[in-house]
Ligand binder design. Structure first.
Ligand code: HC0
Length: 568
């Protein structure tokens, strides 16, 4: 332990702490725009400068090690003057459109301007101009709002292992851009939106489809149905000031009806359906000799990552569409027929914690006869926008249930929203399919939690499977390299694009700290603990769908509607 003094107060720090970490441990706030917990310091923004006795000038707290006996001052006149000047200089090159900005009320730069007493544009002159990039189906880039903190670049490279964006040019000509400054749609971007979560301003935002959905809701010729993903009900409450990790599933369903959707379906229903299809596919591959390991295919950022970086392993991807797309497909086939509707008159909307789902629904193979399975994807944040526009506060509503015939779900389907959840649900059902018995304890602790990589060996009825779960594509890349190098002990691999899974998706509320993300995950585990239906194979509406329409898992109709192919 180290002992330091900060602002006259004694602090204890761990050996290896930076000054910033030591101050944080002592409850002393120092602002920063570029610091990222868990990554090495970049020292880009200089907002965290402090005075250290005996050292010349100011010291960046994020990148200087704490030392025993150090005396630190965090708010001397020189420190305050410097921080204020940094904000003034950033604002000199920043648009003044806060009133219409997507990050109005949630902008770190605006907060720092307020905290540092900046009340006017001090430096006048021409701002740098650069066109918005609106080419991506998922993400809008506005370089004029970029403050060059580098957090998006580091997230894309160091967490996701994609490197779709980087700094271009030096000095005053610097900007963050794609290779050859092309549109995001033709870059390596996998649409995950993790860059949006770390962006301090609105330089990166989701592509919003709220206006389109509002227009279609008002069209009497359209039947507008909505599905909601497993991870949304445990995060949307944060947008309305409710504690992270509060599940408001029933109130959210009620709110979706108040918005005007004609039917509200639960994507966790098709998560159960996915288990039936994907579990059967896995057992078939095990019996018939591969290709193994089989990789899950529900996370669209991961699919694009595979197509770009590991095309030789595409045969290992499950052919199952994601639950979102399966739901879209059964809505526009089985349900359309049942309701006597032309699929062209159905507008299928989905509420997802994910920006890559927007890209997924736009893929040409995700539909039939030029009718897409899903028409519009709104993120958790856009659902909150829609509710605010309509003046609905879900916290004030009485809970309601989702609609038949796609409203029933098991808690295994709900677990899909956390990394490890697909695997846990699959093992519960595979165990039953192999042995005819239910597992004594459904909870599989080894697959739970925020760790980026988890592994397990499962034995049932003489079959032994090696299972791995990874979240974040940086972790996925490590595992892919091991498999390419000859690793042979794995049969089933779950990959989620975002660290921790969809609870931490790129469409989730901005500003969530790691504790909030853990609380979302804990809420899913609590739902599972308290549920009476905990396995996908006992979902009676899924069973009925097979009896009345699909036939059997992996049958011809399932293949036509619920499975797909990937191309190199
Ligand atoms: Fe997910 Fe999904 S679990 S990807 O994270 O499989 O977005 O929540 O909806 O489709 O179900 C996201 C979340 C989903 C899908 C499901 C899967």
């Amino acid at each position: 332990m180290l002992t330091l003094e900060a602002n006259g107060q004694n602090l204890e720090a761990k050996k290896g702490d930076t000054i910033l970490q030591a101050l944080k441990r002592g409850g002393i706030h120092v602002p920063t725009l570029c610091h990222m917990e868990g990554l090495l310091p970049s020292g880009t923004c200089r907002m965290c400068v402090v005075e250290v006795e005996g050292m010349p000038g100011l010291t960046p707290a994020c990148s200087y090690p704490a030392a025993d006996g150090m005396k630190i001052r965090t708010s001397t006149p020189a420190v305050l003057r410097t921080r204020k000047a940094i904000v003034e200089l950033l604002l000199a090159n920043h648009p003044d459109d806060c009133l219409y900005c997507a990050r109005n009320g949630k902008c770190d730069l605006a907060s720092l301007a307020r905290e540092n007493g900046v009340r006017q544009r001090v430096f006048r002159g021409a701002r740098k101009r650069k066109e918005k990039d609106i080419s991506s189906p998922s993400i809008i880039r506005d370089p004029e709002k970029c403050i060059l903190c580098g957090k998006c670049v580091r997230t894309c490279e160091e967490i996701q292992g994609v490197s779709a964006i980087d700094f271009v040019n030096r000095g005053s000509r610097a900007f963050v851009g794609t290779a050859f400054d092309e549109g995001m749609n033709v870059s390596a971007c996998i649409n995950c939106g993790q860059c949006i979560l770390v962006c301090p301003t609105a330089a990166l935002t989701e592509r919003s489809y709220v206006d389109e959905v509002l227009r279609l809701l008002a069209d009497p010729g359209k039947t507008v149905v909505v599905q909601h993903a497993p991870a949304v009900s445990v995060s949307i409450a944060e947008e309305f000031g409710i504690r992270p990790g509060t599940d408001i599933d029933g109130q959210m369903v009620a709110a979706l009806r108040r918005i005007g959707f004609d039917r509200v379906f639960d994507t966790s229903f098709t998560a159960d359906l996915t288990i039936m299809e994907e579990g059967s596919e896995l057992l078939k591959r095990v019996k018939e000799g591969g290709p193994l390991p089989m990789f899950t295919s529900c996370s669209p950022g991961w699919i694009k990552f595979m197509e770009q970086f590991y095309p030789e392993l595409l045969p290992n991807l499950s052919t199952c569409k994601s639950p979102q797309q399966m739901m879209g497909a059964v809505i526009k086939s089985f349900w359309a027929k049942r309701e006597n509707l032309d699929p062209k008159d159905i507008v299928s909307v989905s509420i997802m914690p994910c920006t890559a789902k927007k890209f997924e629904c736009s893929r040409p193979e995700m539909g039939r006869d030029y009718v897409p399975d899903v028409d519009y994807v709104l993120t958790t944040r856009e659902l909150a926008d829609l509710l605010r526009i309509k003046g609905i506060d879900p916290g004030t509503l009485d809970p309601e249930g989702a609609d038949s015939p796609f409203g029933e779900r098991s808690s295994a389907g709900k677990l899909f929203g956390a990394s490890g959840g697909v695997m846990e649900a699959a093992i519960r059902s595979a165990y039953f399919l192999l042995t005819g018995d239910e597992m004594k304890d459904y909870r599989i602790q080894d697959l739970r939690g925020m760790k980026g990589s988890k592994e397990l060996r499962v034995k049932a009825d003489g079959v032994e499977l090696g299972a791995a779960v990874v979240s974040s594509l940086g972790q996925a890349r490590k595992l892919m390299e091991e498999i390419k190098a000859g690793r042979k002990d794995l049969q089933f691999v779950e990959v989620m694009t975002c660290p921790g899974g969809c609870i931490n998706g790129g469409g989730q509320p901005i500003g969530a700290d790691p504790e909030a993300v853990k609380a979302r995950m804990a809420a899913l585990y609590q739902i599972d603990r308290e549920d009476t239906l905990r396995v996908s194979h006992k979902n009676s509406q899924v069973q009925r769908l097979y009896q009345e329409f699909l036939g059997e898992p992996l049958g011809p109709l399932s293949h036509e509607l619920l499975h797909t192919r990937y191309q190199k």
